[in-house]
Design a protein around this ligand. Structure first.
Ligand code: PBG
Length: 323
């Protein structure tokens, strides 16, 4: 059955043939656009390491979301930069905080937009860690209470889905119970299930103003060297009621995505993180790579590996390109 009987180039000869046999295609419905919101009005503060990405205020957020929907984007995930930070991150569950206000505004003005909120403490704590600190480390079980309060504040504001990104053990089950107890039984949870302690989050920490003030996140986020452990994380989160599970970062972890796709039946998300986006832009600015080609190729690779949906800062550009 080999050459010369078989010639794989036959079906690559024309664009029509290539389109016919293509195994993976991108759709604007696959994309979730991450956005950063801070207090104030008329804010559009550029993030130098993430070209085209800004910190927004609630009013400019609404404009941005309307424009994103015009491009074909149907879902956003919001990160909040609060007015003040403290040791427990108490503004995370302030019903008048920047995220609940954003959610209320977006759901009233753009009811068809899927609004997802990131649930984590690192943007709200003065030490920049993803939970409450005890003896120099993040206290897992004490943090669960804080995450549940934060999730409830978002739920009461009318969010469509919450996405815990803190990597505490047991948080999906804990948040699920808290939501159900208040009647939010229909509110789905997207779990950052296999989230690695990655250097690729560098630009995000500028964007969200959330770098840890001491140490790093390796006592709660996963070791980049581990693949089997990712499967345990995902299985646990599904068992606790996660509706969607995520692998993060995306492109350096395609093996994890593929393995998760093979093993689990739940919808699978991948997060093409800030560092992936920044690297592509930096190379393009130097004239070393073609931006559009790499944007489409990277997103296609992530989808081919098994992602049903992709959180990406390219969401608007990619959706426009697919129209
Ligand atoms: C919050 C959070 C982070 C990202 C998403 N949620 C940063 C971190 O864990 O340090 C990273 C996203 C990106 O790099 O684009 N915990």
């Amino acid at each position: 059955m080999g050459f010369p009987l078989t010639r794989l180039r036959r079906l690559r000869r024309t664009a029509a043939f290539r389109d016919m046999v293509r195994e993976t295609s991108l759709d604007p419905a696959d994309f979730i656009l991450p956005l950063f919101v801070r207090p104030g009005t008329n804010v559009r503060k550029d993030i130098p390491s993430m070209p085209g990405v800004c910190q927004l205020s609630v009013d400019t957020l609404v404009e941005e979301c309307r424009a994103a929907m015009d491009d074909g984007v149907r879902a956003v995930i919001l990160f909040g930069i609060p007015e003040r930070k403290d040791a427990t991150g108490s503004s995370a569950w302030d019903e008048d905080g920047v995220i609940p206000r954003s959610v209320r505004e977006l759901k009233s003005v753009l009811p068809d937009l899927v609004v997802i909120t990131d649930v984590c403490m690192c943007e709200y704590t003065d030490h920049g860690h993803c939970g409450a600190i005890k003896d120099g480390d993040v206290d897992n079980d004490a943090t669960l209470e804080l995450l549940a309060k934060e999730s409830l504040a978002h739920a009461r504001a009318g969010v469509d889905m919450v996405a815990p990104s803190d990597m505490m053990d047991g948080r999906i089950g804990f948040i699920r119970k808290a939501l159900d107890a208040e009647g939010f039984t229909g509110l789905p949870i997207m779990s950052y299930a296999a989230k690695y302690a990655s250097g690729f989050y560098g630009p995000f920490r500028d964007a969200a103003e959330s770098p840890p003030q001491f140490g790093d996140r390796r006592s709660y986020q996963m070791d980049p060297a581990n693949a089997r452990e990712a499967m345990r994380e995902i299985a646990l989160d599904i068992g606790e009621g996660a509706d969607i599970v995520m692998v993060k970062p995306a492109m350096p972890y395609l093996d994890i995505l593929r393995e998760a796709r093979v093993r689990f039946e739940v919808p699978l998300a991948a997060y093409q993180v800030s560092g992936e986006y920044a690297m592509i832009h930096a190379a393009a600015r130097n004239g070393w790579l073609d931006l559009d080609t790499i944007m489409v190729e990277s997103l296609t690779a992530i989808k081919r590996a098994g992602a049903d949906m992709i959180l990406t800062y390219f969401a608007r550009d990619a959706a426009r390109k697919l129209r």
